[in-house]
Each structure stands twice: as C-alpha cells, then as structure tokens.
Design a protein around this ligand. Structure first.
Ligand SMILES: Cc1cc2nc3c(=O)[nH]c(=O)nc-3n(C[C@H](O)[C@H](O)[C@H](O)COP(=O)(O)OP(=O)(O)OC[C@H]3O[C@@H](n4cnc5c(N)ncnc54)[C@H](O)[C@@H]3O)c2cc1C
Length: 411
C-alpha cells in the first residue's frame, strides 16, 4: 500500500507527486497515456515561476528551447493592435518572463521530475474506477500497460485527470458554467510570421471582425505556432454543418491580422474541436480524496490560467496531504482545507472572463475610469491571483458589466 495515489500525469498530478514524494512519502502515479503526448494549453502565466522554483525545474526551463513570453498583445475587431503589455513593466524580476511550451515536452519534463523525486510512475495505465468504502476513497482499479487489471490501495487518492474529472463526474458534483458555454477549434502551423526581438514570443489575442470569436497565436519552438479560435458553442459549432477545418478557415477569413501572419505558413495537423470546457466541482475534497487542476475546475482559455491553476492547486494539495499524513487525518476538512483560498483565485479569473465576454465592457475604458484598479488587473493577468489588489477591482468592474455572484464550496 502506498501513502498517496495520483491519477493523471499532467501538470497538476506531477506537481502533487513530486512534492509529496520529496517529503519522503510513497507515491504512485497512474497516467493512461505514454508521454510525450499532445495537449493543448501552451501559454504560461508569469507566476508559474514560483511553483517551478519549488519543483526545482527552473534551470531546465531556462535551458529549454521554449520561446520566452514577455508580453500579451490584444487586437480589436478593427484589426488594430494595442501596445504589447509587458509583465516586467509591472515587476522587473526574472519571474515576469515566462515560457510558451510544447505540452508534450513540458509535461514529460514535469513527470520525469516527479519520478526523480521518488514517485513511482505507471504510464499507459488507465484508472478504470476509484474504489470507495462508503464515502471514503480507498484505492483505484487500473488497467496497466500489459493489459492486466489490478487494484491499488492508499489512504489518499488525488484526482488529477484533467477534464475527465473522474471523481467529480462519478459523484455528480461537477457543474458546467452555463454562461461560459464556449467551444474552441485549434491547430498548429509552421512558418507563421512572428514579431521581432522581445515580442517574438508574445501571446497575441485577436478578435474577428464581427466580434463573435477570438483567436490565440502562441509561438512555439521549431518555428511552430499554435493557433486556435474560441466562440460561443451555438455560434462556432452548433447549427453549422461544416467540419471543424472548414469552420476554422471561415473564422480565419474574419481576422485580417491573423491571415497576414499565416499567409506563408503550413498547417501541421487537422483542426481539432473541444467544447463545454468551463465547469467547477462543488468541493475540492472528500474523505480520502482530493481534486486538483482541471479535475476541480477549468475556466475559459482567455487568460492562459489553466496550467498556472493546475500547478498552484497541485502545490496547495501537496501541502495539505503532507500535513494529513503527519497527523494521520485523511478527512475532507484536512485534505480540502485549501479549497476556499483556491476558490478565491479561480473566482477572480472567472469574473475577469465574464468581463472580457461582456459586450458592455472594455478594459481600456475601465482603467481610465478606475486607475486604482490597474494593479489588480495586472496581478490577475500575471497569475498573482491571491494578491490584496485583486478583490477590490470587482466592485467597480461590476458597475460596468454583469459579473457572476460569489459562490462557496459545499465541503
Ligand atoms: C482550448 C483550450 C486552450 C487552452 N489554452 C491554455 C493556455 O494557453 N494556457 C494554459 O495555461 N492553459 C490552457 N488551457 C488549459 C490547460 O490545458 C489545462 O488547464 C491544464 O492542462 C490542466 O492540467 P491538469 O494537470 O489539471 O490536466 P491535464 O493536463 O489534462 O492532465 C490530465 C492527465 O490525466 C490523464 N488521465 C485522464 N484520465 C485518466 C485515467 N482514467 N487514468 C489515468 N490517467 C488519466 C490524461 O491522460 C492527462 O495526461 C487550455 C484549455 C483549452 C481547452
């Protein structure tokens, strides 16, 4: 029997596994794929730096070919670009420059790090179900790489299965955000035009001319660029008869600055669709189980917050787990003690996402009217979600657009 079983080897699962194993505990991690595997979600937030530092992977990232991301730049419906927003203007520290990552290589680096710190990693090993004794999670049933089915037990089971949200969906505690019912179609190109110098690795957010969708442009190594379009499900996919590739091309015709960047580029893979990706579980933990990363909550990709929240929740859960093992207390209260703090961060992102999609709202106008809110907005964009400047921005913001009501966790 191990101390902890982690299901899923994405950024959230690898973070928990690395930190708990480093503290001297016995961790087994089950990942259904064989890494490296493709994943979308390539642009990082600057504040990922602090979890990378704790994980001990900063030197590997600095030595990597991942492009440096100094800034984000927005293009409106007219096609005109704002001045790039440089994170270091706000905080002239090396943590203000982050990376655009190929998730295959990046996730493999984090998984290897967990193994190096002592976690036992099973790849090609799909967890078929979490085993419960009453309300208490006691283990998992896995189909291993050799095809054998085997049960494993541990007093703590961490669900880091991403959008599969194994425990949340089984217990029916996962709820979609009906307002954020978006879809995305994305692909990779080779040879897209990049800006020069410091701006070469910038994330670009470009609106289409009808304002019904927006594109991301994320430069990756080897002259590859990730391009995706996001819009309401009923606009982008439902009621359209065309396939994903055709819809993607139709949206491209509505975005002149994106077309210009891609005119000499070659598409590297068929366009893929994902939808209904904003949801949240009503609790972070139960008796013997904890949710981290997308298995707890995912919000729209607008602010590139997904990997940051996966790393941060992984770190918070690891601290709760290490403490739980020391005390011999595997209760929901102990394992989910970080829930309210994490929720404060995810709610800040959710409100900013609502503001972004609100037809009445414009960040330039907002900051002109409420200059005191600038630091709070910058903190959210950087991933400093727990700063004292963040919460005060939502009163004034709520006067200019409709924001979601505050929510609490049920346990
Ligand atoms: C369209 C789109 C664009 C995005 N863009 C960005 C971005 O630019 N920046 C950003 O930070 N985030 C972005 N994200 C979000 C980001 O991809 C996720 O938030 C992030 O990957 C979450 O990490 P995770 O570890 O929780 O889950 P994942 O990375 O999904 O990892 C979960 C792992 O669990 C494994 N697994 C699942 N079920 C099982 C099982 N039963 N048994 C064993 N293993 C299992 C999977 O194979 C997977 O490897 C985007 C998301 C979408 C949908």
């Amino acid at each position: 029997m191990s101390d902890v079983i982690v299901i899923g080897g994405g950024p959230a699962g690898s973070t928990v596994a690395a930190l708990v194993a480093e503290a001297g505990h016995n961790v087994q991690l089950f990942e259904r794929e064989n890494f490296p595997r493709f994943s979308i979600g390539e642009s990082l937030m600057p504040d990922t730096y602090w979890t990378f530092k704790r994980l001990g992977v900063l030197d590997k990232l600095k030595a990597s070919a991942f492009p440096r991301k100094h800034s984000v730049q927005f293009f409106g419906k007219s096609g005109r670009g704002s001045a790039p927003f440089y994170f270091s203007d706000n905080n002239p520290h090396e943590s203000s420059v982050t990376w655009q990552v190929q998730r295959g290589k990046f996730d493999l680096m984090l998984l290897d790090n967990a193994r190096d710190k002592g976690a036992e990693i099973h790849q090609g090993a799909r967890v078929l179900e979490v085993l419960f004794d009453g309300d208490r999670a006691i283990g998992v049933r896995a189909k291993l790489a050799d095809g054998q089915h085997q049960d494993f037990t541990a007093p703590i089971i961490v669900d880091a299965t991403g959008q599969s949200a194994l425990i949340g969906r089984k217990l029916k505690i996962t709820e979609a955000d009906a307002q954020l019912n978006k879809a995305s179609i994305y692909t990779h190109y080779s040879g897209g035009r990049r800006d020069e110098g410091k701006d070469e690795g910038a994330t670009l957010i470009l609106h289409t001319d009808n304002g019904d969708s927006w594109f991301w442009y994320i430069p990756l190594p080897d002259d590859i660029v990730s391009v995706g379009v996001v819009g309401a499900i009923d606009y982008l996919v439902q009621g359209r008869k065309e396939d994903a590739q055709t819809i993607f091309e139709q949206e491209l015709t509505k975005c002149a600055p994106m077309q210009e960047r891609l005119q000499h580029a070659e598409q590297l893979m068929p366009a893929k669709t994902t939808k209904d990706f904003s949801y949240r579980a009503s609790r972070t933990a139960g008796e013997g189980w904890v949710l981290v990363g997308d298995a707890f909550c995912f919000l729209d990709p607008m602010y590139s917050s997904g990997v940051y929240l996966a790393l941060k929740s992984g770190e918070m859960a690891a601290d709760a787990i290490i403490d739980a093992i020391t005390k011999g207390d595997f209760s929901a209260d102990q394992l989910g003690g970080f829930g309210p703090e994490l929720l404060r961060g995810t709610e800040a992102v959710r409100k900013m996402v609502y503001a972004f999609y609100s037809k009445d709202f414009n960040f330039g106008e907002f900051l002109k009217r409420y200059p005191d809110c600038k630091q709070g907005v910058i903190d959210v964009l950087s991933g400093n979600l727990f700063s004292e400047h963040v919460e005060p921005i939502f009163g004034p913001m709520g006067e200019m657009c409709e924001l979601p009501n505050d929510i609490t966790l049920t346990g």
